[in-house]
Design a protein. Structure first.
Length: 434
């Protein structure tokens, strides 16, 4: 991913230096296990660890690969240059390249998941703080983009919190599903390597042994991992779209923080644009691009092919780096979001009580009027508000068919804003706990 949308900690997970360090640890731990089983001399296993403090020369490995056309062999050749050819002659004993490549990929995905979980935790903390801050800040709820009934800004933040909390659970599960390793040799039969070697390597590296691998770890695990990243990205876009709507000039119920010295447009000095949330919408698309290729990677020929390899070299770093950046950008947006409660009230009252129509409808039915007639009476008066700018309550009070069923006091009561907020605490308790 380009530096503009990258954070150093996540980038480091996918660096060649990190990759080769993990390759080394897999090989070294495998040698330890082989020595413990009496397959190779203990002295040779100990000699491999001489490279523990070495800096692997990425340029040198690339130079060797240019000849061998094989990345794992290039690394093993370079490792032998460091520890000595004779000392390294038992490295990779009974193993196949995918044992190293797949186990390494899963370690990287696990580490990436840990950073993504930290990002989700920051988003969750920001959403919770803003939810309680605006628990009773009334705003109009919308369906189809049209005014519906009153809600609160706190409930808006709370539903995003609940969605992100579900995403956190999904990612924890996806992390667990991908946290497996395989050191099972060619076609996964353990013919040339003891299963106890795999158990030892996985234990040392914080993985579980893959119950059954072919020459690769099954890719349904990875498909679920990247699908989870795609869902999280969609949730980020869900929040971003709401903020972008709120920042529209005609709405202006909230806006991204506009820092001193910031410019909104090269042409129009007055502009304050929702650039961060628009950026998040775009980044979400990039993360979701990884989902279909990851699912298509599940179907490999027989015990292995490498059609998945080029895909994963791209989507592994790109999807995790992008999502990591997006989570922290979203957290920053929510933390600094400027909210305008007075504009929320102004918007809600723009159509002069129209948003209370359902309460009047229900009151009429409870007063003995048929639902069809109740709907007709309420809609008849509501259309005057839409089309002529009338006051909804005044029109109801002036309608003899309405007042025949409801007293003026009963009509007045139906415009009590507090009625719509009476269960806010119940919803908050469901989302955040008692």
């Amino acid at each position: 991913m380009i530096p503009r949308y990258s954070r150093p900690d996540m980038v480091a997970i996918w660096s060649p230096e990190t990759k080769f360090r993990i390759w080394f640890e897999i090989e070294a731990h495998a040698c330890d296990a082989q020595a413990a089983l009496g397959v190779i001399p203990k002295a040779n296993a100990e000699a491999v660890w001489k490279a523990a403090d070495a800096t692997f020369d990425v340029a040198r490995i690339d130079e060797i690969e240019a000849v061998t056309k094989h990345d794992v062999i290039a690394f093993l050749t370079h490792l032998a240059e460091i520890v000595g050819a004779d000392e390294a002659r038992f490295v990779h004993q009974g193993m196949t390249s995918s044992d190293v490549l797949d186990t390494t990929l899963n370690i990287q995905l696990v580490r990436a998941a840990d950073l993504l979980l930290a990002g989700l935790d920051r988003v969750l903390a920001a959403l919770k703080t803003r939810a309680y801050e605006h628990k009773d800040t009334v705003r109009i709820g919308r369906s189809h983009g049209i005014h519906a009934e009153p809600t609160t800004m706190g409930l808006t933040f709370a539903r995003f919190y609940a969605e992100m909390a579900r995403n956190r659970t999904r990612l924890v599960n996806a992390r667990a599903e991908v946290a497996t390793g395989a050191i099972s040799g060619a076609v996964g039969t353990f013919a040339n390597i003891d299963p106890r070697v795999e158990e030892h390597v996985c234990e040392k590296l914080g993985l579980l042994p893959e119950p059954i691998s072919t020459q690769v770890i099954p890719r349904d695990r990875h498909a679920m991992f990247f699908a989870t990243l795609g869902v999280i990205a969609s949730s980020i876009e869900n929040v971003a779209i709401e903020i972008r709507h709120m920042q529209r000039t005609e709405v202006l119920e909230a806006e991204e923080f506009f820092s001193p010295g910031q410019k909104g447009s090269s042409a129009m000095p007055h502009k304050r644009n929702p650039v961060l949330t628009e950026n998040l919408t775009g980044l979400a698309r990039l993360v979701r691009m990884a989902v279909i290729p990851a699912m298509e990677n599940v179907a490999l020929w027989h015990e292995r092919d490498i059609s998945h390899s080029s895909v994963e070299r791209a989507i592994g770093p790109d999807a995790t780096i992008t999502l990591d950046f997006a989570l922290h950008r979203l957290a920053g947006v929510v933390e600094k979001l400027v909210v305008y409660p007075e504009n929320m009230l102004k918007n809600m009252n723009k159509f002069r009580g129209l948003v209370m129509s359902q309460r009047v409808l229900l009151a009429l039915t409870q007063a003995g009027v048929s639902r069809e007639d109740s709907y007709r009476l309420v809609q008849r008066n509501a259309m005057k508000v839409w089309e002529e700018g009338k006051d909804f309550k005044e029109e109801l009070l002036a309608d003899p068919e309405v007042t025949a069923a409801l007293s003026p006091a009963e009509i007045e009561e139906k415009f009590d804003l507090g009625y719509h907020l009476k269960h806010v605490d119940t919803i908050f308790a469901r989302v955040f706990g008692a």
